[in-house]
Design a protein. Structure first.
Length: 391
């Protein structure tokens, strides 16, 4: 236990998040069992350590961070460790990469049942289905998603600002006033292309080649998260990777499942399952028509965020595809995003939106236009960059 406390103290001492994540204030930290999911690279480890740094004095030993990559846990159950920590006066146990522990969901249930008063916060892959696939946790765990940087968080980091987030309704109704307030300090368009290229993943701050680092992270999402958690055999790894590439180089559209099945030499049903796995890993976003859900074929398959587009096929992108990818990525976490009756229209909570490169020739009643190249909007024409202020 002493070695774990020393590691915890060192990590907390050397943790400095340059921007405070919005999720920090959304979580009910009083809950006894909290799950924080997120794709690789979005900063889950730093998030846990930042919480510990903000709320606990390391000298009092009330909070402890542990990582399931530690070989110590191959010979000892998590529940036994939690009991020892609680008996020593521990109050909050932060468990990173919990899915690396065998029978992790059963172990978490034991931790909860056998240690009243102990609060447990754990991180896991976005591929994990905490409640659907782990009934022993249903009704116990409060689940949250840590996303990559929003454009707002990226701007605050790059400019030293402290812009607040806004709701979708506030942006639609008051975008002229909100934009004017922001423009008094900075010009967001000066930073927008940088965000689209490399601003979603916090590791752009590291002194390494961003695209190479992102490609490595994408491979880890498939090789570790999907194969391990979804228990896909290693021999099918190349099929998963090829499927992602084929979907990525195609423009956002409804997938031709039969053609894809032929290309990777598998069945249509397997293609649909693989597409869902890639979506769970936050490599793809699946946009459906209203009323449709998986296992129906999506109306459009898009990359999860624009950074992924630049990493895979930087020379084949259409500007409108990049901007629409930014738009749906900014909205999907809190809103229901569907494809409208027209292929260039999104329905967000049943409200029609259209992303446009130029000012619309004729503004149609009831449609909100997200204009990509303007600082300020007017009426139903809203600057696209402002949708990056939703969290």
């Amino acid at each position: 236990m002493e070695a774990f406390f020393r590691t915890h103290a060192y990590l907390v001492q050397h943790t400095e998040l340059p921007v405070r994540r919005a999720l920090m204030d959304e979580i009910d930290w009083r809950a006894p069992l909290i799950g924080i999911k997120g794709t690789r690279g979005v900063g889950k480890t730093s998030f846990l350590l930042q919480y510990a740094k903000e709320n606990f004095d390391v000298r009092r030993r009330k909070c402890l961070y542990i990582n399931m990559n530690n070989f110590y846990f191959q010979g000892r159950g998590l529940a036994d460790f939690a009991r020892e920590f609680r008996l020593g006066g521990g109050e909050v146990l932060l468990i990173d990469q919990v899915f690396k522990q065998p029978d992790w969901s059963a172990e978490l249930r034991r931790c909860h049942d056998e240690n009243p008063g102990l609060r447990i916060v754990f991180t896991g892959s976005s591929v994990m289905r905490l409640k659907e696939e782990n009934p022993e946790l249903n009704g116990l765990v409060k689940s949250y998603n840590l996303r990559g940087f929003s454009f707002r968080e990226f701007l605050n980091l790059q400019t030293g600002s402290n812009f607040p987030a806004y709701t979708l309704e506030e942006i639609v109704q008051n975008h002229e006033r909100i934009a004017e307030t922001i423009l008094q300090t900075i010009n967001p368009l000066e930073h927008f292309q940088s965000y689209l290229h490399h601003g979603f993943y916090p590791f752009f701050l590291e002194k390494r080649n961003f695209s190479e680092n992102l490609l490595k992270t994408m491979n880890m999402m498939i090789e570790v998260d999907i194969l391990l958690i979804k228990q896909v055999e290693l021999k099918y790894l190349s099929k998963l990777k090829k499927l992602l590439y084929l979907l990525a180089i195609d423009r956002p559209s409804a997938p031709n499942v039969s053609a894809l099945a032929h290309e990777i030499n598998t069945s249509r049903a397997t293609v649909m399952n693989y597409i869902k796995y890639l979506s769970d890993a936050r490599l793809l976003n699946l946009i459906y028509h209203p009323g449709d859900e998986f296992p129906k074929k999506p109306a459009r398959v898009m990359m999860h965020n624009s950074n992924l587009m630049y990493a895979i096929y930087p020379n084949r992108m259409e500007r409108i595809d990049v901007y629409e990818t930014f738009f749906q990525n900014a909205l999907w976490a809190y809103h229901d995003v569907r494809l409208g009756e027209r292929p260039d229209t999104f329905l967000v909570d049943d409200r029609p939106f259209r992303v446009c490169l130029d000012a619309p020739h004729r503004v149609k009643s009831g449609i909100t236009y997200a204009h990509s190249d303007v600082q300020r909007g007017e009426g139903s024409v809203v600057p696209l960059w402002l949708f990056g202020f939703l969290y």
